[in-house]
Design a protein around this ligand. Structure first.
Ligand code: PMV
Length: 327
């Protein structure tokens, strides 16, 4: 028995953090995926390999406990990267599945981790879909998105359903908590470049810091979150009517608002300004911040922005993936 599933990462264009407080967001699925393969094993445990991260782990079939290993499956000390195994463990041990034999799980990861690009959501969605496929159980996208969000909540403590929804459905969407992902019907080109710092962001920690700030200064932070909502809604109109300049301006305003939530860093700020100086008409943090990535909107200047950001840190162009999870 062998089963496979893949799910894309995502980039948020508008509304990160505000989305945790019930506000809308705009995000795209990107052309970089997590591909999960599950195979029956003759051993009693679940062996997980994520070669791109040099992460290996053993999950005890009975207790569900995970131990990080090296490539020879000898014990190692947990690292930032091995934290990704938690998502796989929680996905496999969802109530839906009844695992009664060993498995070999391989994850090919095309998405950098801790970069605000939804690697954990993509791994979670692909692991769940591959497990449903392996168990030959029926699955709907709605159920998958719900289960994946539950896994993120368990591992991170706090998470909006945005990442897991976009990874499940793919495409370019306006997300609301009531209606989920609503596809943005536009023929607009979206020339986007992601620049990522070598410092990974810790989403759970950054979200918790914003929560503290909002509790300490509710009369200041609540209006900022409301303004983020207005920015996202105006961006939706600008995307639907093809107003390039306005999209850029709104991204820059969004960046200022994110900075006021304390999620910016010197390195992110540097990339934001380098992108603008190289011709991006809008650039901002994407994802939680505190490290991780920026996204730059650069009609007619993709190459210049890409080269500039690559000379400072890491960067790559992104193409929107209309495809979500597949299995
Ligand atoms: O950093 P990422 O890719 O996990 O994105 C986080 C987005 C937040 O809005 C900050 C948190 C969330 O759960 O939506």
């Amino acid at each position: 028995m062998k089963a496979r599933a893949s799910a894309p990462g995502k980039a948020i264009l508008f509304g990160e953090h505000a989305v945790v407080y019930g506000k809308p967001a705009i995000a795209v699925a990107v052309n970089r995926k997590a591909i999960v393969t599950i195979q029956e094993s003759t051993e009693d445990d679940i062996k997980v390999k994520i070669p791109e991260l040099e992460v290996y782990g053993l999950i005890d079939l009975v207790k569900g406990t995970i131990s990080p290993k090296d490539e020879n499956f000898s014990d190692v000390t947990p690292t930032y990267n091995t934290g990704i195994l938690d998502y796989i463990q929680h996905a496999l041990f969802s109530d839906e599945f009844n695992l009664d034999h060993g498995l070999d799980i391989n994850v090919d990861l095309e998405i950098p981790i801790g970069a605000g690009l939804g690697s954990s959501a993509a791994i979670t969605v692909a692991t769940l879909a591959a497990t449903f496929n392996y168990a030959q159980q029926e699955l709907t996208l709605e159920k998958l998105a719900q289960m994946a969000h539950k896994v993120e909540l368990k591992v991170q403590g706090s998470a909006s359903p945005l990442d897991t929804t976009i990874s499940t459905y793919g495409g370019f969407s306006y997300f609301t908590h009531k209606q989920g992902a609503i596809k943005l019907e536009t023929n607009m080109e979206m020339p986007l470049v992601v620049g990522y710092t070598s410092k990974p962001g810790n989403t759970g920690k950054v979200v918790a810091n914003v929560r503290k700030l909002s509790e300490n200064h509710p009369t200041i932070i609540n209006p900022i979150l409301d303004t983020m909502e207005t920015v996202t809604n105006q961006a939706r109109e600008a995307i639907l009517t093809g107003e390039e300049k306005k999209i850029g301006e709104l991204m820059n305003i969004n960046q200022g608002l994110l900075d006021s939530l304390g999620v910016n860093t010197l390195e992110l700020s540097n990339l934001v300004y380098e992108a603008r100086n190289a011709g991006a008409i809008g650039s901002k943090i994407t994802g939680a911040g505190g490290g991780g990535s920026i996204i730059a909107y650069c009609p007619g200047r993709t190459q210049e922005v890409l080269e500039k950001l690559q000379s400072v840190e890491n960067a790559f162009p992104i193409t929107i993936s209309s495809e979500g999870v597949t299995w």
